[in-house]
Write a protein that binds this ligand. Structure first.
Ligand SMILES: *Cc1c(COP(=O)(O)O)cnc(C)c1O
Length: 219
């Protein structure tokens, strides 16, 4: 099936309030253009260098989302253009994003990544670490980042009840955070294999790759 067909199929399965990030990591620019030509504008990448290269070569009205783990020394390369960073998992990283955004005269939208899965390998903050960031005086001083919500990845398991439980937990963190930061509106959860459950549990943003672009050769 064509990418346009896949994309439209995914889109038509999403409620109107759910934003689709088409995860184009590892895919060549021709493939991204195919999706772009159907009218889609939001793409997700998980490696800074790869995203920078695609940004340089593709139309400038694409909104690039960094969905992967970010090293602080790479922030400067994407700060001129990135539209949202999903994987903010430390205060040091947040400060670096603020610093680089300021240099570029921008405000960068960020999601705090929460650790919700059972797997040790998945990055993210726990509830206490999140609180520490939000209440710190230094946080108040960061004027060039905007926390717009939270992001999380569920355990990779066929056990749907486990996945649902983890998404429900992330939703509860989101609701709690919203009491502190009423302006937040983004709950980024759900990928090709679990976005149906994520939406049932309150997701407002799904990150979908393989259901649109087909399987990847590597992560
Ligand atoms: C690769 C990736 C996705 C998309 O995964 P699919 O299973 O291909 O939909 C979503 N979120 C993150 C953080 C990813 O790294």
């Amino acid at each position: 099936m064509s990418i346009g067909t896949n994309l439209n199929k995914v889109k038509s399965s999403l409620p109107g309030h759910v934003t689709l990030v088409a995860v184009s990591k590892t895919k060549p620019k021709e493939v991204i253009l195919e999706a772009y030509n159907t009218g889609h504008r939001i793409f997700g990448e998980n490696k800074v260098q790869e995203m920078v290269q695609k940004w340089e070569e593709l139309p400038k009205d694409i909104e690039w989302h960094m969905i992967g783990h970010v090293q602080r020394n790479k922030v400067k390369y994407m700060a001129p253009f990135v539209s949202m960073i999903h994987g903010v998992d430390s205060f040091r990283l947040l400060k670096e994003i603020d610093k680089q955004a300021k240099k570029n005269n921008r405000t960068i939208d960020c999601l705090l990544q929460m650790h919700i899965a059972k797997e040790e390998t998945k990055f993210g903050l726990d509830g206490n670490e999140l609180k520490e960031i939000i209440v710190s005086e230094e946080f108040e001083l960061l004027k060039n980042i905007r926390i717009v919500g939270v992001m999380g990845m569920a355990t990779f398991t066929p056990d749907e009840s486990q996945v649902r439980k983890e998404f429900a937990y992330l939703k509860s963190i989101f609701a709690e955070l919203k009491e502190q930061l009423p302006e937040i509106d983004t709950l980024s959860m759900g990928m090709s294999g679990d976005y149906g459950i994520a939406i049932e549990e309150g997701s407002t943003m799904v990150r979908i790759g393989s259901s649109i672009f087909g399987a990847r050769n590597y992560l």
